[in-house]
Design a binder for this molecule. Sequence first.
Ligand code: COA
Length: 189
Amino acid sequence: MVASVDRQTALRAEAVPAEVTGTGLEIRDSHAGDARLLFDWRRDPVVIRHARHRSEPDWCTHVNWLQRRLQDRDCLLFIVELDGRPIGQVRFDIAGSRAVLSYSVAANHRGQGHARKSLALALQRLDVERPEVCTVRAEVRVDNAVSLGLLYRLRFVRGVGSPTTRESTAQRGLVTLERTFSEQREDLP
Ligand SMILES: CC(C)(COP(=O)(O)OP(=O)(O)OC[C@H]1O[C@@H](n2cnc3c(N)ncnc32)[C@H](O)[C@@H]1OP(=O)(O)O)[C@@H](O)C(=O)NCCC(=O)NCCS
């Protein structure tokens, strides 16, 4: 157990991508006190437009959703902070060796490179905390050019999937992108 904690600590210390050093960007685990923040971000019209599920949750539904997410060990939900202030979120929903990625940056902080750096940080944390995850998938709206461009730059590629899955995703106006990590993890972020 001690050895495992030491390994985690060591990996964490290494786990700051060079491009993030000195930018004031950090990620931390989310907690119940983030409910309002996450609710406001989720109700942003751009986030709703680009969401996989476009419904706008009410407060009670949101609080229950967050409570379930925080209790679920297969959900990693991170808050991105810039100089100690929250500016975005990154979430991984994990099933075995696969994780599904969702993320957003608050409207007044977009277009400044924060998403790219946050994703680099979050992928590092995922690697440290859940090394069994080999594939990260994102379902992106076909017209979400910023997110598609960003994920391609982070070396995500169009997911292969079965023809049936691809067709059903396309019918929902989504593109599936995937990134697979090698066991050596030399390729992060
Ligand atoms: C997608 C999102 C997280 C991007 O956040 P961001 O902090 O603005 O992104 P970045 O500033 O890191 O920019 C990422 C890339 O997109 C480009 N970009 C950013 N805003 C852009 C814009 N309005 N038009 C064109 N390109 C843009 C940047 O130049 C950058 O490209 P580069 O890495 O080649 O320089 C943000 O727009 C958002 O929260 N959108 C709503 C939620 C969403 O779509 N989430 C993803 C669901 S799959």
